[in-house]
Design a protein around this ligand. Structure first.
Ligand SMILES: NC(=O)C1=CN([C@@H]2O[C@H](COP(=O)(O)OP(=O)(O)OC[C@H]3O[C@@H](n4cnc5c(N)ncnc54)[C@H](O)[C@@H]3O)[C@@H](O)[C@H]2O)C=CC1
Ligand SMILES: O=C(O)C(=O)COP(=O)(O)O
Length: 602
């Protein structure tokens, strides 16, 4: 890890700075003044910020692989935007082969989106859309490491799953499935299929989330006494539904019926096992429309055989379709083939929900249902948009000021804002600074999904600080300052008093500007490229540099000079639209008053 963070800048940015570095005493003056010369008209109003914050827009039509049956409305929506390949029943190997040609993949619960899938995609796969809730079939860690966004459709099938839970509960209590099979087999067994009543019985809802709370409401309507266990659910939300939240042990010990509605996680894996079955009331009845893996299925067979569990109604299995039929064949088990979400309405709903999320993500929008990236509300996003561009550009600027051979390990970001500290969500900005810092010096592709992971992997520590400013909190931010400590700079004037590379920027008229380099105040819009030039402050400097550039037809977009005091040292920042040749950069470096300079690509 440490080794990969030692970045050899000189290979990426061949010697672009001339003249020797100045000593730190001369490069750390504090009081500076700024004069700004607008050479050619600012293109502020013609500038469009990219919509992307996660991915750059796909230049060609993206390809979406739909690997499981998806509602028609969703497929049609996808087709308006992408080439859609509906290939159901692919083997894992076929999926791994196909995936390298796809920008997005849509699945339900039947497809294992393993690490191998992400590795096989060769970096092309940008989004995995799960047309439903449970994402336990997607390797989230691998997705994040590959910068692939995972989105789900968390709400459209809630009612369907809850209704299926209630259907299984009532069917189980009255032996509907068994009686139906028996009648179809020509029998008339009225005494065998005497059921149990639900009214007045205690139902323990395990996992009081979207589905669990809908099941609870419906069960109350059936006259059941409903309790729930959920370590993370707010007690007042449960109370509002007339449900008491209790401990796990209390829930399973006092329930006549247990209905499972938690996600499958390492903590819930086989949460019902020999030990927990032993704590239950003899004759308990269990419903599972969550995930098969939350029950130890062998232990359930034992508990059914021992009569601890009188009946079970199962929609989900550890392996689907279930291989060992002991459980499914058990006469006290009612089973359905993972039908919880399978209503016309829910499938249409999840298809539209996931198609919109995938199209949005491919368009570079932040998904509201992102599973492995921060969800940033649209209004926050639109406010932060210009600062998102500023953040990335400051990162790019700062890292290019690092001298070759220095390992970038420690970065501090200071956000200057008049807003209350918890009123500024910096995750997006931090990710974009990370992108700016890492992409110019590596082959990594950094986005909001993998920014923190990539930084950590490279041993890059990014500390964030808030500088609380007086004034109007109308704008979310006044400035962003990026500091890189414990490195040498190829432009010594970029070092602050305390020896770290320091660049600061602001947004002016919607355009990001760099407004401070080291201790020098400058003001150049962060478009195109920048020449930073430290010189003895004397007349004619702007003209000399300007004429060298104009000889090559390099358009200067913006120029500003920050100086400590008249006729002493000054830093000139020049924005250029075209890339000057090495020869002309060399000539600028050879102007006698120029002490050091650097050319930076933004
Ligand atoms: N059978 C089917 O076709 C369907 C199955 N599902 C499954 O149902 C489950 C619930 O889905 P939603 O309600 O939409 O999810 P949700 O995220 O809204 O609710 C899950 C709840 O479980 C709680 N929880 C987490 N760990 C827990 C633990 N150790 N003990 C108790 N509670 C815990 C969470 O705090 C949360 O409140 C998921 O497993 C999902 O995959 C959902 C839709 C359809
Ligand atoms: O949404 C969920 O979690 C489900 O279990 C539904 O699964 P499915 O989309 O029907 O394969």
């Amino acid at each position: 890890m440490a080794a990969s963070s030692c970045i050899n800048l000189s290979s990426k940015f061949p010697s672009l700075s001339w003249k020797s570095h100045l000593s730190s005493t001369t490069s750390t003056s504090t009081s500076t003044s700024t004069s700004t010369f607008s050479i050619s008209p600012l293109r502020a109003h013609h500038h469009h910020y990219p919509r992307f914050v996660i991915f750059a827009m796909c230049s060609a039509k993206p390809t979406v692989l739909v690997a499981e049956k998806l509602g028609e409305a969703g497929v049609n929506l996808l087709k308006q935007f992408a080439d859609v390949d509906c290939s159901y029943n692919l083997t894992h190997k076929e999926l791994c082969t196909k995936i390298s040609l796809c920008d997005a993949l849509i699945v339900r619960s039947g497809t294992k989106v393993s690490r191998e899938v992400f590795e096989s995609s060769g970096g092309r796969l940008k989004v995995v859309g799960r047309a439903g809730v449970g994402i336990d079939n997607v390797d989230l860690a691998a997705a994040t490491e590959h910068g692939c966004l995972v989105v789900n459709a968390p709400t459209a099938n809630t009612v369907a799953a809850a209704e299926h839970g209630i259907a299984l509960l009532t069917a189980m209590a009255r032996n509907i499935a068994q009686a139906d099979a028996s009648l179809k087999a020509g029998k008339w067994l009225r005494n065998k299929y005497v059921g149990v009543s639900l009214v007045g019985k205690t139902l323990a809802v395990m996992g009081f989330g979207k589905v669990g709370s809908e099941v609870a409401r419906r069960a109350k309507g059936l006259g059941m006494h409903v309790i729930a266990h959920d370590p993370y659910a707010p007690a007042d939300r449960a109370r509002a539904t007339g449900v008491e939240l209790v401990s796990f042990d209390e829930a399973i010990a006092s329930a006549d019926f247990i209905s499972l509605h938690m996600p499958l996680t390492p903590a819930t894996n086989k949460i019902l096992n020999d030990e927990t079955f032993a704590k239950m009331k003899k004759g308990v009845r269990i419903v599972n429309v969550a995930r098969g893996g939350v029950i130890d299925e062998d232990a359930l067979v034992r508990a059914l055989d021992a009569g601890i569990v009188a009946q079970a109604a199962l929609d989900v299995f550890t392996v689907e379709p279930p291989k060992d039929s002991k459980l499914v064949q058990h006469e006290n088990v009612t089973a359905t083939p993972h039908l919880g979400a399978s209503t016309m309405e829910a499938q249409e709903g999840v298809a539209i929900e996931i198609a919109e999320a995938v199209v949005g993500a491919l368009n570079g929008e932040l998904a509201a249902t992102a599973v492995n990236a921060p969800m940033v509300p649209a209004e926050v996003l639109s406010e932060l948009k210009p600062f998102v561009a500023l953040a990335e550009k400051l990162g790019r600027l700062a890292v290019q000021l690092v001298a070759g051979g220095s390992g970038v390990k420690s970065v501090k970001v200071i956000y200057g804002s008049a807003r209350a500290p918890d009123d500024l969500d910096t995750r997006l900005l931090r990710a974009m600074i990370t992108k700016g810092l890492i992409e110019p010096i590596s082959s990594s592709f950094v986005n909001l999904v993998n920014a923190d992971f990539t930084a950590k992997q490279r041993g890059l520590r990014i500390a964030e600080e808030r500088s609380l400013l007086n004034g109007s909190p109308e704008s979310p931010l006044e400035f962003i300052q990026v500091q890189i400590s414990s490195v040498d700079s190829k432009f010594a004037s970029a070092l602050s008093d305390s020896g770290e590379i320091r660049v600061e920027g602001r947004v002016k008229d919607g355009i990001p500007h760099v407004t401070k380099v080291g201790s020098f105040e400058v003001d150049v819009s962060l478009e195109g490229s920048i020449i930073l030039c430290r010189q003895v402050d004397q007349p004619g400097m702007i003209g000399k540099v300007g004429s060298i550039l104009s000889e090559e037809n390099v358009n200067v977009s913006f120029m500003s000079v920050g100086r400590i005091a008249p006729r002493k040292h000054a830093v000139m920042a020049i924005g250029v639209d075209e890339e000057p040749t090495k020869e002309s950069l060399k000539r600028i470096g050879e102007i006698p008053a120029v002490e050091e300079f650097v050319y930076l690509k933004i």
